[in-house]
Design a binder for this molecule. Structure first.
Ligand code: PLP
Length: 403
């Protein structure tokens, strides 16, 4: 057996998660004493709320460490219904708790796709959609928006989706990330309804990754999808702890809400491969969902967004626009392409720009290529104020130095 045959051909093509790679890179630079202004990984910071950590500790102390229900402890699944205000349309049997939203997404692909079925993503798919779909033997397709004055927002319209579905009879689902990582854009209620309608017409699942649904700015209200007899068989929602609570990514708790047949298939699958996430952490998540939601983190992120925009004003060779949600800014950096760095290298794509900014300025961003969008950089502003200020200053100087 030759070395390259020791792992599956499918996995040989995988690269590590771009964003987790950035976390490693930042750690390395810090250890070497190099400057770092970290806009890389999208991770909430601050302190985990006391009731959440106490509930987790209590669960350990009380010995709640035996196997639980593979679909999640019933009290957490029940709390999810209130958290998403879904009690009128769903029961506990529709909720499956997973090790982060990632596993919910993987469950969805595994539960509804046969090999080579198409899964359609919006125009800047989050880094793990494609690998997860491929690992489930599905065939990922990105729906591109038609050109127009708003094309830079990378929002897919109902017409874009319909065009793609008509070309692909084997499509099983359309996955919409609303609000969207990496673009920071929010589809309106009308846009969501139009996309949902197309999915129902074509009898494909409308999978809504709503992981950032609380992180909305300027008093916006989350555009919930219509739930009625017509849509309920086709709607699958994915959500979790990682982005709506402080310092919660490492808890590794997510959940899906799906029609009973799909939820049942996912619970069955999960009973074989994880038997559900760690029970004490599910108790911690239960405490989080049953507290009144503290939106202090979201207001702080809104302020940081404004701080970033104020300090990014006038940075040369980039185009920036307002973001109504999430903690990302998605910059158009195509104007940097073809320019020469002081070392004589020519910047040819987003990877080159991101690498240049790290090496010259210590400003860490995520290249758009990780989201299949060369020409952009994603900046996470869930980072300390001083890092935002210094990082923008350093980026400005580095970009001013381009020929
Ligand atoms: N979906 C989106 C859009 C994300 O940004 C992420 C994490 O960054 C995930 C899903 C996965 O979330 P989790 O950390 O809960 O697995």
């Amino acid at each position: 057996m030759r070395d390259h045959e020791r792992t599956s051909t499918k996995l040989q093509k995988f690269r590590p998660s771009l964003t987790l790679e950035l976390k490693r890179l930042v750690g390395e630079r810090v250890a070497r004493g190099l400057p770092v202004h970290d806009f890389g990984l999208g991770e909430t910071k601050g302190d985990l709320a006391v009731p959440i950590s106490e509930a987790g500790q209590r669960a350990f102390r009380e010995g709640l460490t035996m196997y639980g229900d593979p679909a999640g402890i019933p009290e957490l699944r029940d709390a999810v219904l209130d958290w998403l205000d879904l009690r009128d349309s769903y029961g506990v049997e529709h909720v499956v708790v997973t090790a982060g939203a990632k596993q919910s997404l993987f469950n969805v692909f595994l539960a509804v796709c046969n090999p080579a079925d198409c899964v359609l993503f919006d125009a800047a798919p989050w880094v793990s959609y494609q690998p997860l779909a491929v690992a489930a033997y599905a065939f990922p397709i990105m729906v591109l928006p038609a050109s127009g004055p708003e094309a830079h927002l990378l929002k897919v319209s109902a017409a874009d989706l319909r065009r793609n579905l008509e070309l692909r009879p084997h499509a099983r689902l359309f996955l919409l990330n609303n609000p969207c990582n990496p673009t920071g854009q929010l589809y309106t209620a009308e846009e969501v309804e139009a996309l949902l309608r197309v999915c129902v017409e074509h009898r494909v699942f409308f999978v809504l990754d709503r992981l950032y649904w609380r992180v909305l700015f300027e008093g916006r209200v989350y555009p919930e999808p219509r739930l009625d007899q017509e849509t309920l068989p086709w709607v699958i929602m994915v959500d979790g702890m990682s982005k709506n609570f402080r310092r919660a990514g490492g808890l590794r708790i997510g959940w899906s809400v799906a029609p009973a047949d799909v939820a049942g298939a996912m619970a069955n699958l999960q009973s074989h491969y994880t038997a559900g996430p760690a029970v004490p952490v599910q108790h911690a998540a239960h405490a989080a969902l049953t507290q009144p939601y503290d939106d202090g983190m979201c207001r702080e992120l809104e302020r940081k967004r404004d701080l970033l925009h104020a300090h990014a004003a006038g940075v040369p060779h980039v185009r920036i626009w307002p973001t109504p949600a999430t903690f990302y800014s998605f910059w158009d950096v195509t104007e940097c392409f073809g320019r020469r760095t002081p070392d004589g290298a020519v910047l040819r794509n987003s990877d080159d720009v991101a690498t240049y900014l790290i090496q010259r300025a210590g400003t860490v961003t995520a290249s758009g290529t990780g989201f299949l969008q060369d020409g952009f950089l994603r900046l996470s502003f869930a980072t300390p104020d001083q890092e935002i200020i210094d990082g923008m200053q350093a980026a400005r100087e580095a970009l001013e130095a381009l020929e």
